[in-house]
Write a protein that binds this ligand. Structure first.
Ligand code: CP3
Length: 357
């Protein structure tokens, strides 16, 4: 890799001026691509994740079709839980399952120590293989689930609607909750640092279910652990993106996170987010994912609205408000990438804005 080339995505995370708005899409490697479905018909999800060669191949599939500015490593938020003793399975088109969910203080105490460098070695090898293949202008993105979202899977045993067991542990067994969140915080931090060492140039933390909490509970039971992740990652020198959904009413709370980029969902008004968030934070998002099914003119009009608000200042990354949906037509993705790359950001060539607060 040519060390002189700073990928546009990395520059935008640092709020440096860019010539064009960088774009990548959450879940860009996956089921909307026929070449992924073909490979997946021959291998199980855990087989792909356990093979550096297959994981690297799937990571690169969308890059062969689209001019994305980032390649997110093909992995999942749940496999790190295997290392601490949880039994995980992925179904075919069904929600993943944890077969021995954690419900008591005793079960939290019995969790094993995990070294992600060793326990997730195929993912680390896949990162190295992908970095060697990518052109220098494309950033390699590593990721992890956030402690809270991982806790919901560890406690509920799968995806949930009400998250009752999670909230009950939080309220009924605060010591067990605290101990579990501490364990997950350590796991997430070690996993992210290992990915940075293996070549990840940007890291994203997925807190997909954070929006089920009240602002007060988020502040009390989630934010301190996330803050710890952000602080412990700073020496790695790799920009950190925090993604959550359903948290539009908590932006002022999220503004307290010492992360580099905040990724917001489609419910958030981007111009309002710009006003509410501190100038030290870059913004990622937030096109409604279902717009990729809309007629071309509607997709383009709505993507332009997002671009105008997002790219009004430096420190902006175009993305969807959540992951790309499985039936999305790949042609719509190609159209979106062209449109974003054709847009000239108002802030191009200008110095980053002075801090407004
Ligand atoms: O973004 C990418 O292209 C990289 C790969 C990636 C996957 N999962 C692969 C995957 C990423 C970043 C994830 C993150 C993830 N996994 C999240 C957070 C993001 C989000 O969408 O909120 C969550 C909550 C999970 C847990 C998970 N994994 C679920 C709920 C499911 C089943 C439903 C679904 O969304 O696919 C998975 C399985 C999974 N992870 C698949 C893929 C491609 C589908 C596997 C298959 O059947 O082929």
């Amino acid at each position: 890799m040519n060390p002189a080339v700073v990928p546009t995505l990395v520059a935008a995370c640092r709020r440096q001026p860019v010539e064009r708005v960088p774009i990548w899409l959450m879940r860009q490697a996956g089921r909307y691509l026929p070449e992924y479905r073909e490979l997946r018909s021959r291998y199980g999800m855990l087989d792909i994740l356990g093979s550096a060669e297959l994981a690297a191949r799937v990571t690169l599939q969308p890059l062969r079709r689209f001019d994305f500015d980032g390649a997110i490593i093909f992995a999942d938020i749940l496999p790190p839980l295997i290392g601490i003793g949880l039994e995980l399975s992925f179904g075919n088109g069904t929600s993943p399952r944890i077969h021995n969910p954690i419900r008591t203080a005793r079960e939290v105490a019995a969790l094993r120590a995990s070294d992600p460098r060793h326990d997730l070695a195929p993912t680390m090898d896949a990162l190295r293989m992908v970095r060697a293949e990518l052109p220098p202008r494309v950033a390699l993105i590593g990721f992890s689930g956030a402690p809270f979202t991982l806790a919901t899977y560890a406690i509920e045993g799968g995806t949930s609607r009400q998250f009752t067991l999670t909230k009950r542990m939080m309220f009924e067994q605060p010591a067990a909750w605290h101990a579990l969140m501490e364990r997950l915080t350590r796991l997430v931090t070690d996993y992210l640092i290992a990915q940075a060492e293996a070549g990840a140039q940007v890291l994203q933390v997925f807190d997909s279910w954070a929006g089920v909490l009240s602002t007060d509970d988020y502040r009390a039971h989630v934010l301190p652990f996330l803050r710890q992740v952000c602080v412990d990652l700073q020496p790695a020198g790799v920009p950190l993106i925090y993604f959550s959904t359903g948290t539009g009413t908590m932006l002022e709370t999220l503004a307290d996170l010492p992360c580099d980029v905040l990724s917001v969902d489609w419910r958030v008004d981007l111009a309002a987010a710009r006003r509410l968030l501190p100038a030290r934070m870059a913004i990622q998002g937030n096109l409604e994912p279902a717009l990729l099914f809309a007629p071309a003119e509607l997709l383009e009009a709505r993507a332009r609205t997002v671009l105008r608000a997002g790219a009004a200042a430096s420190g902006y990354i175009f993305n969807l408000g959540h992951g790309i949906l499985p039936q999305t037509p790949p042609e719509a993705v190609a159209r979106l990438v062209d449109l974003v790359h054709g847009y000239r950001p108002a802030a191009a060539g200008n110095a980053p804005q002075a801090a407004s607060r």
